[in-house]
Design a protein around this ligand. Structure first.
Ligand code: AMP
Ligand code: TRP
Length: 326
């Protein structure tokens, strides 16, 4: 059975973009793949995290995975930092990755340009991500489009390592959500909907109250025309709402456009709000049931037990191939 693996950072509150871009895909594919889903807490500390909040967010994210339909019987669920072999592997890979290729990573350029001081971890972040993926010989890595470049660099690193030291890693493929969509900010639809956005009105959080979600969608920025057309360049706001509707309902963009061809923006927004509220309310109800359950610890214990052995074996193989130790 092919392996599929992804991780999310436990920072801030998970957004509709994370859900549609990453989690929903994992739910869809969990029946057909050997699935691994983890909490990328080591990635999150590349920028400062308040320790107390981070710890709360980690558990909350596991509950969110479960509430979204990630089935613990079908997935290996674990916390990245509990498996020390990820960081061990990462060092070995850092020594085969090039400074130049890391410097070209868009996310690094973007984040580093915003701060006078940024951590070395922010720079080596894609190598740790490669370790997460390569440790398990993942065949497929479902991520949102913004992480595509990082999966591609993991491929390059794997190919290079295999060439230098002999066949060690499976070369993974990136898997972008069916609709290939990036969910955009509702206020500034030219920018991705992000946990770290300054304006909360543009971001739907998975745990937002239904009324808040409705309000955010109803006041989403749109253009001055009044026709429901997909044109990301000239009509980014309405196109984003089409994407959201399409990702939630599973309808193609064309079907969405056909369905609403006679609607005005107000009616369309209301329908978008209905499907989003409906989907997220179900998730929220389950989340509230799950968050205080002991099952979470049990699931994480099982996850770490399984993944530690696999990652350890890969680390030992790498060391052997590289001539490290005795
Ligand atoms: P992050 O929020 O950077 O931890 O991202 C976690 C996962 O969600 C990654 O696979 C991202 O590509 C995906 N993701 C984050 N924001 C969006 C968005 N606005 N649209 C689609 N996917 C997203
Ligand atoms: N870097 C990813 C993000 O911010 C999270 C992540 C870490 C990840 N390791 C991964 C995603 C491995 C897929 C595979 O979204």
């Amino acid at each position: 059975m092919k392996k599929i693996l992804t991780g999310l950072q436990p920072t801030g509150v998970i957004t509709l973009g994370n859900y549609l871009g990453a989690i929903k895909q994992m739910v869809k594919y969990q029946n057909d793949f050997d699935s691994y889903i983890f909490i990328a807490d080591l990635h999150s500390i590349t920028v400062f995290q308040d320790p107390k909040t981070l710890r709360e967010n980690i558990k909350s994210l596991v509950a969110i995975y479960l509430a979204c339909g990630i089935d613990p019987d079908k997935n290996t669920i674990f916390i990245q930092s509990e498996n020390e072999y990820h960081t061990n592997i990462s060092w070995l890979l850092e020594c085969t990755a090039y400074f130049g290729e890391m410097s070209r990573m868009t996310q690094f350029k973007d984040k580093s340009s915003k701060n006078a001081n940024f951590s070395v971890g922010l720079f080596t972040y894609p190598v740790l991500m490669a370790s997460d993926i390569l440790a398990y010989d993942a065949d497929l890595v479902p991520v949102g489009i913004d992480q595509k470049q990082h999966v591609e660099i993991a491929r390059d690193i794997a190919i290079r390592f295999n060439k230098k030291y002999g066949d060690t890693f499976k070369v993974p493929d990136v898997m972008i959500n069916d609709k290939g969509t990036k969910i955009m900010d509702l206020v500034t639809p030219t920018k991705k909907m992000s946990k770290s956005s300054e304006n909360p009105k543009g971001v739907i959080r998975l745990l937002d109250e239904p009324e808040v979600i409705r309000k955010k969608i109803m006041s989403a920025t749109t253009d001055s025309e009044s026709c429901i057309k997909y044109d990301m360049e000239n009509k980014p706001g309405i196109s984003n709402l089409i994407n959201i509707y399409s990702s939630i309902t599973g309808l193609d963009k064309e079907e969405v456009i056909e369905k609403f061809k006679d609607s005005n923006y107000g009616n369309f927004k209301k329908e978008v709000a209905d499907v989003v509220v409906d989907e997220l309310s179900k998730i929220q109800n389950r989340y509230n049931e799950i968050i205080n359950s002991y099952e979470i610890d049990k699931i994480l214990d099982e996850g770490i037990k399984k993944t530690r052995d696999v990652a350890k074996a890969k680390y030992e193989l790498m060391k052997d191939r590289m001539g490290l130790g005795r």
